[in-house]
Design a protein around this ligand. Structure first.
Ligand code: AMP
Ligand code: GLY
Length: 416
């Protein structure tokens, strides 16, 4: 039996814990910090995910065998390196491998070096040079801060004025802090976005079903960009021939490129893709599971997640038959009304009798014995069904049973 600790406390981590709790090999399940929903299936401990020493003590005192480091920040700060150095088995990439996400300049140079199709791009350390380039380029352009910026460091600029303002915000006012010391100015790609996540053991890669996230806050893809308002998997737009093109031109060259560069990537590799008229291109890599894609994808997994985690750590992923149900996973985010702006927390939540759906908690907490909203994205309501229409119907027919003051969700997930 394996005692497992999951790091993180969102809907994605709830989906990971849910999957782990179904494993035949699971002993005790722990989560730091977890949330009010995860608490029902795992022992949760309120601790900062950056308190590596404190978490190490927790691992030792609870005889934890395996740690799943889920969020980007602790990965970028070297949590897996820290555990590797102390003989604790940890699932996730090292800080050096996680640079595929934590530095957009690094990942862009990686893609160019290994001829992986992506948007053409210029990298600047100096705001004046960036502005000089902007005066001579075509529009729209996409301006990206190099470092991690809570998913907000990407600005699409329609004209020179917007672009100059973006450079001033990122590089001069430092809206995203040090993440904006360097920027990328990128060609604007047009097409449908698709996510493909994959397990990776440093040598082999195993693709998960494709998925699609909905990033804008409101129906019809209107409003501000968010962390994601809903997702479905697989994407009907990502056909077998797209999958082949993706494997041949992107996924396998990525793994080979990592090996050539001496980078051992173990964990989940996330490919954010744009299906353009000129073929599939990489928008970004993430070095972890996506949120909310995970809440739609992971419930489709039939193989034991603990076996997959161990095989990734041991470099034996080629010996595991990773299987997925031939069904559709569908998830809708229930958010606090103000999200993605700062939200009013502490509204009491009521949940009616739910059938044939899974309610993943994200920003929830218990206050004075009551369940309350405690963040922007509060729940993800997920269904697994034979087809998209059934899965969508299962979620939307029950979503109003979850209620709190000013709660909100998109009504068009899977339709745009
Ligand atoms: P990222 O943080 O890199 O995922 O970017 C956030 C979102 O910005 C993506 O999901 C896309 O919708 C959009 N985006 C990023 N790069 C580009 C690009 N080169 N062309 C068009 N849209 C982009
Ligand atoms: N859903 C996009 C991400 O997790 O980055």
């Amino acid at each position: 039996m394996t005692n497992v600790l999951v790091i993180g406390g969102g809907g994605r981590e709830h989906a990971v814990c849910h999957q782990l709790s179904k494993s035949n090999k699971i002993g005790k399940l722990f989560c730091v910090p977890g949330n009010a929903g995860i608490e029902k299936i795992a022992s949760c401990k309120q601790m900062s995910v950056f308190d590596f020493d404190g978490i190490y003590e927790y691992v030792k005192s609870n005889e934890i065998d395996l740690v799943f480091v889920t969020p980007d920040d602790p990965l970028a700060k070297g949590m897996v390196d820290y555990f590797n150095g102390r003989g604790v088995r940890a699932f996730g990439p090292t800080a050096s491998a996680a640079r595929l996400e934590s530095s957009k300049a690094f990942s862009k140079e990686f893609m160019l070096r290994h001829k992986i199709p992506t948007a053409s791009s210029q990298i600047f350390d100096c705001p004046d040079k960036a502005k000089e380039y902007l005066r001579s380029t075509d529009y729209p352009v996409v301006i990206k801060s190099d470092g991690l910026a809570l998913g907000k460091g990407v600005i699409i600029c329609a004209d020179l004025d917007e672009a100059i303002k973006a450079i001033d915000d990122i590089m001069v006012s430092k809206t995203f802090g040090e993440a904006g010391n360097r920027v990328l100015i990128e060609e604007f790609l047009v097409g449908r976005e698709v996510t493909v996540m994959a397990f990776c053991d440093g040598k082999h890669i195993s693709l998960m079903p494709s998925s699609q996230d909905h990033k804008r806050a409101y129906d019809g893809d209107k409003g501000l960009n968010t962390g994601g308002m809903g997702a479905f998997a697989p994407s009907p737009f990502f056909t077998d021939s797209h999958r082949k093109e993706f494997l041949d031109k992107i996924a396998l060259p990525t793994v080979e490129g990592l090996i050539k560069d001496g980078i051992e990537f173990k964990g989940v590799l996330y490919f954010g893709l744009m299906m353009t008229a000129k073929g599939i291109k990489v928008i970004e890599y993430n070095s972890r599971l996506g949120d909310p894609e995970t809440e739609a994808v992971l419930p489709l997994l039939s193989t034991d997640l603990i076996d997959i985690m161990n095989a990734c750590i041991d470099g034996t992923l080629d010996t595991v038959d990773v299987r997925w149900q031939d069904k559709v996973g569908f998830t809708v985010v229930i958010a606090s009304g103000e999200y993605p702006l700062s939200v009013v927390k502490g509204h009491e939540i009521t949940i009616g009798e739910l059938e044939d759906v899974i309610l993943f908690h994200a920003g929830t907490a218990i206050k004075d014995g009551k369940l309350v909203n405690n963040g922007g994205r509060v729940f993800q309501l997920t269904a697994v069904a034979d087809d998209m229409d059934k899965a969508r119907e299962a979620v939307y027919s029950q979503i109003d049973k979850v209620h709190f003051a000013n709660c909100r969700y998109r009504t068009d997930i899977g339709k745009v």
